[in-house]
Design a protein around this ligand. Sequence first.
Ligand code: ATP
Length: 577
Amino acid sequence: MTFGNFAKYLQQLEETSSRLSLINILGRLFAEVESSDICQVVYLIQGRVAPFYEAIEIGMSEKLVAQAIAKAYGVSREEVLKKYSEMGDLGKVTEVLSHQSSTISNQTVGDIFDTLLEIAKTSGAGTVEKKVNLLAGLLQEMDPISAKHLVRIPMGSSRLGVGDPTILDAFAECKLGHRKERKELEEAYNRTSDLGIIGETLWNKGLEGVKKLDVEVGRPLRSELTERLPDAKTILEKMGGRAHIQYKYDGFRVQIHKSGDTVRLFSRNLEETTLMMPEIIEGVLKQVKAKTIILDSEALAYNKTSEEFLPFQETTKRRRKYQVEEMSKTLPLKAFVFDVMYLNGKSLVDLPLDERMKVLVSEVNGDETLIPEPGEFTDSAEKIQQMFDDAITKGLEGLIVKKPDSRYEAGARNFNWVKLKRHSAGELKDTIDCVILGYIFGKGKRSGFGAGSLLVGVYDEKKDMFVTVSKIGTGLTDIEWKEIHERSDKISVDHKPARVDSLITPTVWIQPEIVIEVLADEITKSPTHTAGKTDSEPGYALRFPRLVRFRGEDKRAEDCTTVAELKEMYKLQYKKD
Ligand code: ATP
């Protein structure tokens, strides 16, 4: 497939305001794609040159991309940057500049992909010049629309509004006849986290091939997630009279992959975090003898002698890419290992939890850095309550209670895993992770930063849409407003993004990408919001919402709170302890 043809589809994706037409456009694109290209096409749609979990970045700053554009069209970098500050999108700047000197080329998707990969892998002396030359070289041979979309890849701002579920739907529509047939594809995605591999397998081996795609060491599976229930008794009933209890640690999730002497770590949203936690790597090599293994754990700062858990604010200081060695000495992390999903070449996801806990105990030796947390089994609600009180006394958040005979359901959020947290009656028990959908200009001193309030939403999993729950203006400092403004300008669009459903039209729409954690007093019903709204029922809304923090790095938009969760939380808030 030529890149020019591919870019025409990208242009259509960018222009549509409807999710259904996103799928139709993708379906038409996929119908033209050969099996040799599908993997690369999918990565490029995601704005990447590798699956999400591979830490391969193009590694070009705005300034470098501007330099490449300048070189390609024979203008100065200052001129490119000046136009960028006027237009707010280097893609559009490129489109305009390339009008002046464009030739139609027949570069293929494969050619472009390979060059982008080469740019990503360039390192050492002369890196900057080489990256600039390679990108400029591609641009020189491109038509304006192709150039616009190409430039947005290193900028990380594709503005297409396509999510992973949208791609799965389009795969199903194109290859299985209807998007409703996507269940098996989704399960394979939960096991592999790699849409490129799923595409390639579907094109080459059909659905039967996809069903055989299994959990593999070195490739993260999607994390199993939790539901909420109000109290020990309700949980025990829901689990069928017997439950497995573990403490709920408040750090960050680390999926550990060991293959021989190689250890790789992945975050909750499948980003590679190997380089951030050298002490965990060392701990795995010391404490785990298995040749290949995948473990699920929560890493946090913990003082073993005093049995003190450090607050989340301390632990989170470790989520950074610099001064790693130094920090690993001053604020060492421990990993509480609570599950095992793979051992010596075999997936364990279909084993019941109680069996997996036996494997966990036998495979993790000692408790120096990795601390095995096999939990306890009980059929007593009092026991759950006692452990909960104990957890709170220890400074933990509460418990995670699990169904003893449940398999590890990658990517699922259901009542097999339930969190029990402390709360006071009448107040919301939990924060809500919202996605910013737009901003509404305000008057007064803040309008200088272009934002008076933010339109925020949650994710409707069933529809693969983002729906609104609130406008929020409280809790943000001027610096945070500035940050939001800077980040959202890069992904602002001139029409409602295709996967957003809103009755409110903000001053500026932005692609749903930035996740923030919000605290509210209550979930209420409101006709102005679309979360959970039906023809007969109003939507859900947040009362007195305020920003707690940005959750950008560890959650993607689709990982924010879902409508189903909001419904549960709405029901739970009226139950007293
Ligand atoms: P999400 O469930 O969407 O990750 P969150 O990050 O706000 O939301 P919670 O819902 O409050 O977290 O709790 C679930 C998280 O708790 C898990 O993702 C995991 O990181 C952590 N966790 C801590 N201890 C355990 C445990 N014993 N079993 C499973 N998860 C645990």
